[in-house]
Write a protein that binds this ligand. Structure first.
Ligand code: FAD
Length: 109
């Protein structure tokens, strides 16, 4: 499958949970099995089937969830993966509030 979501037959497309995605930072394949990837992939497939040439973006692997009173969100790679990949990293802590519409105003730390 190429970046236009075409399979080895250019008239057949694949997206959603069926495919692997490329991580923007590590350049390695990741599962990326969440709804937004399937929805965006579906839109890109529909447009490309109509003649557009739109690439599916590489993923930063974002997620956000809530467990009881705890909100958890992540983007990019973990510290452990960054070290494993050989990145020279700086670790810091930052308190902020979520702007994500489903978790707006929730403190993140
Ligand atoms: C329990 C659970 C919780 C999740 N929670 C979240 C969440 O909170 N947030 C989030 O972003 N994502 C979540 N996901 C992931 C999200 O549901 C999937 O990433 C998304 O639905 C993938 O869309 P899709 O179109 O690729 O596949 P699907 O939604 O699985 O659609 C595939 C469709 O193909 C049909 N099908 C299968 N075989 C055939 C066949 N032979 N012929 C015809 N039709 C067929 C299936 O019946 C299904 O309707 C969750 C998934 C699960 C299982």
């Amino acid at each position: 499958m190429n970046e236009y979501l075409q399979t080895s037959d250019p008239d057949i497309y694949a997206g959603g949970d069926l495919i692997e995605y490329e991580h923007l930072i590590t350049k390695k394949p990741i599962p990326g099995q969440i709804r937004p990837n399937a929805v965006i992939g579906g839109r890109i497939i529909a447009k490309n089937a109509l003649g557009y040439k739109i690439k599916f973006p590489k993923l930063l692997n974002c997620f956000a969830t809530k467990l009881f009173d705890k909100s958890i969100a992540s983007v990019g790679v973990t510290e452990a993966i960054a070290r494993e990949e050989g990145f020279d990293i700086l670790v810091t802590k930052q308190a902020a509030k979520s702007k994500y519409v489903m978790m707006e105003g929730i403190p993140l730390s």
